[in-house]
Design a protein. Structure first.
Length: 255
């Protein structure tokens, strides 16, 4: 999984299929594990279940904020943020998958009709090279996406770049408590399930600090239990070896 282009193509195909089917990852063989720990409230337009936490709930979003969501998918967290920032703020989603962007923009039309808010935008791009101006965001959020990047350190540097001085990052993601078993490391299904590409916990936190962030704090930490995957064929073959290995965490950091 070291080749960045191959990794992006793999993830794009997997999530494009979810968007085409408009299905939850909890019903998808390849993506089921991403649902572990997800507790975010639903929005009628856009909940596909592709999450491992609820960064919006920890973000203390204020009216007028500019919020950027990395790997925004169908737009759930963007719409949740948009309601909090109100008409004076803006919520911007970034995603690389054309099918997800089409779905998100359709959802944005429904969101505007339902709420009267026209403060949502979706942009196509890689989270390693964000299509966002320097020092333009008050908050960057991400929900079970950075672990899918082949260059996580670069993602954190990009987040730091686009944040205003004093801005914050709140991300929910999968980290490893110990190295994966060999049988799982090159499993492409486990990669798109947010596990095989995850960093060790200490390496993940170090990448955040190395990008220039301060006040790095883990707000939530839930160990992944493969027995809760309901017989998922992706993880069943290595389930015993995965017990206690991965955790869903929510992390806050400041620029």
């Amino acid at each position: 999984m070291a080749d960045g282009r191959k990794t992006h193509d793999l993830v794009k195909r997997a999530y494009g299929e979810v968007a085409r089917k408009q299905a939850s990852c909890c019903d998808s063989k390849a993506l089921k594990s991403c649902c572990s720990g997800g507790e975010a409230p639903k929005v009628p337009e856009a909940d596909l279940g592709l999450s491992c936490g609820n960064p919006v709930a920890f973000s203390e979003i204020k009216p007028g904020d500019v919020v950027v969501d990395l790997g925004s998918g169908a737009g759930r967290d963007v719409f949740l943020a948009a309601e909090k920032v109100g008409p004076a703020g803006r919520a911007i989603g970034v995603d690389m998958t054309p099918e997800m962007l089409r779905l998100a923009r359709e959802n944005a039309d429904r969101f505007e009709r339902r709420t009267g808010l026209a403060n949502v935008e979706f942009r196509q791009g890689l989270i390693e090279n964000l299509p966002i101006d320097d020092a333009s965001a008050d908050l960057v959020i991400s929900n079970c996406v950075i672990n899918l990047s082949p260059d996580k350190a670069r993602v954190f540097r990009e987040i730091h770049r686009v944040l205003k001085p004093g801005g914050r990052m709140v991300v929910s993601d999968i980290v490893l408590n110990r190295p994966l078993p060999e049988a799982a490391k090159n499993n492409t299904d486990l990669y798109t399930a947010c596990i095989a590409g995850a960093l060790l916990r200490d390496d993940y936190l170090k990448a955040i600090r190395d990008a220039g962030f301060t006040a790095v704090k883990v707000l939530k930490d839930v160990t992944y239990d493969p027995s809760g995957a309901g017989g998922d064929p992706v993880t069943s073959g290595v389930a015993a070896a995965l017990v206690g290995v991965a955790a869903s965490v929510t992390i806050v950091a400041a620029k």
